[in-house]
Structures are given as C-alpha cells and as structure tokens.
Design a binder for this molecule. Structure first.
Ligand code: SF4
Ligand code: SF4
Length: 288
C-alpha cells in the first residue's frame, strides 16, 4: 500500500476520539523492552505475558479479545467499555497510530498508510477535534524513549548480522568451498517466525524475547544495555570455541537466524534483509 510521508510541521486531525476502533483487528509488533514493559504493567513476568498474550513467540500481541468494530477481534489488552488496560506501557506502534515510522538512510521518516488519513475510516469525528502538529503529537504520546529503544534493537539486529557475516566469510570456511551456509540463509528467507524460532531453539528464543532483567522499574536504555550484555555473554559461551568448518557454518546460520528473528520485532522485513545480505555475502566470496 502506498504511504504518505509527513513533515513534523504538518498539521493533522491527530486528536484521538478514543473510540478504540484501531484496537480491533490490528497488528502490533513488540520489541523485548515493550514486552517486558507490558508485563510490568500487568504485574506478571515477561515470560508469562509472552506465553499468554502474544503470538509468534513474543513478537506480536494477540488480538483475541471480544469482537467489536467491524466484527474484528479486540487486542488482548483491550477492555470493552474501558479501553487499553496497559495504557502507560502501550507499545510504540500504539503510541504512534495512526502514524508509522521508517528509518531511511539513518533518518527517521513519519508516515501514514495510504493516501487517506487512517483515522477517518473508523473515527471521522476526528475532523471536528483539535488538529495537532505531528511533532506535538509525538511529544503528547511520549514516543521519544520508545523510539530510541526501537532504534537500539534495530542496531542489535545489524550487530548480529555482522557477526553472522564474520563466521560466513571466515577464510577457512570460504576456502573449504562451503555452499551449505548460504543455502541455509536463502532457505530462511521463506521461513515463518515459528520456523525461525525452531532454528534458534528455546534457550536463544528466551534470551532474545524475555531476558532476565529486573525491568519493571527500569527505563528503556538500562533495560536494553542489560539485555545486550546478556546476549553477548551467551554468544561467547555458544560460539567461542569453534574449531571445525562445520561449526563455523552452523554458527553463520544460527546467528543469522537470531538476527532475522529479532528483526521481526522491530518491524523489519526479514525476507528483504536476508536477500540483501545474501547478495553482499556473494560479492564477498561466499558460494551457494
Ligand atoms: S482510529 Fe484514530 S481516532 Fe480512532 S481510536 Fe484510533 S487513534 Fe483514536
Ligand atoms: S496495547 Fe492497548 S492501545 Fe495497543 S492495541 Fe492493545 S489495547 Fe489498543
């Protein structure tokens, strides 16, 4: 679908009518901080939240509540007649809606989907409410910290991909004539999040989605820093003693699977990423 790019100074009917129509039949992805934060608001552990209220192994909120707007099911956190039960901890996607954001060449771009303002579909009364500048809307929704942590997780995806490249392009693996590693990368382009989760195994899935960080009272940055530390430790214990060609190949595949799995949580498209990375790998000597 075509998107409409916005300037921060654009003035739009951004005052929410609070009918909650966008809390029905929508798709809300969760990065690990958002998952922990929602669990904190609910007073349960991140693991309990993941296993009860999310699908795709913690990467997406379930929309399995009561049917409502246009017969669609409500978000698992929506209470009919009351609204969002986790408002203070709502994810970035909910804070931004009806806006979205993309990173293009290191720059953040705000957009809305389609050429018609999305709220008009279910809440055309917004036309009678105060209009807001995009920049004021972002401040009102307190998106800043949530955007920073989203950017951080995007960087972590890139760091994991870089490590996968280190293994794949190791001279010993290249000189061995290995073709299987890149073949596995290509296969992952068509895998579902469940298949990626199976590839990375339970220990890694837990490490990525529900790190053992005392998150409830933490702000996003310390949470992220602790999380990265834990991932680095696990990377060290998992891949520090690689001796054989086969171990190098397995590491290249597994670490790329970690990057792709995590990429879903920040709204990236794994298929586009892996196809681009395969081309880079081929240009640098990897074979398939
Ligand atoms: S569609 Fe827009 S106006 Fe309606 S509830 Fe959602 S954000 Fe508010
Ligand atoms: S988390 Fe809250 S705001 Fe977001 S979709 Fe669910 S109920 Fe709506």
């Amino acid at each position: 679908m075509e998107n409409t790019a916005l300037r921060l100074s654009d003035i739009l009917p951004l005052t929410c009518s609070r009918t909650g129509s966008c809390c029905y039949g929508n798709k809300v992805l969760l990065n690990p901080w958002e998952l922990a934060s929602l669990a904190g608001a609910k007073g349960i552990t991140a693991r309990q939240f993941r296993d009860t209220y999310t699908e795709w192994n913690g990467l997406r909120l379930k929309f399995n509540g009561a049917s409502g707007y246009l017969g669609k099911q409500a978000c698992s956190q929506y209470i009919t007649g009351q609204g969002c039960s986790v408002h203070v901890a709502r994810p970035l996607a909910c804070r931004l809606f009806p806006l979205g954001r993309q990173i293009q060449n290191g720059e953040t771009i705000y957009i809305h989907q389609g050429t018609t303002f999305p709220c008009l579909e279910g809440c055309d009364e917004v036309l009678n409410l105060p209009y807001l500048k995009v920049s004021d809307y972002l401040i009102e929704q307190k998106t800043y910290e949530w955007e920073i942590v989203q950017n951080n997780y995007l960087e972590l995806v890139q760091l994991l991909a870089d490590l996968a490249f280190d293994f794949l392009l190791d001279p010993a693996l290249i000189q061995s004539g290995d073709k299987n590693s890149l073949k596995q990368w290509r296969q992952m382009a068509n895998e579902s999040t469940e298949e990626l989760a199976e590839r990375i195994g339970e220990e890694w899935m837990n490490a990525l989605t529900v790190p053992s960080v005392e998150s409830v009272n933490m702000s996003p940055q310390p949470f992220y820093d602790h999380h990265v530390q834990q991932i680095q430790q696990l990377l060290q214990t998992s891949f520090n003693s690689i001796h054989t060609i086969s171990e190098l190949s397995q590491a290249a595949v597994k670490v790329m699977a970690l990057a792709l799995f995590l990429s879903v949580s920040v709204g990236a498209e794994p298929q586009l990423l892996i196809n681009r990375w395969i081309e880079t790998a081929r240009l640098n000597g990897a074979q398939e």
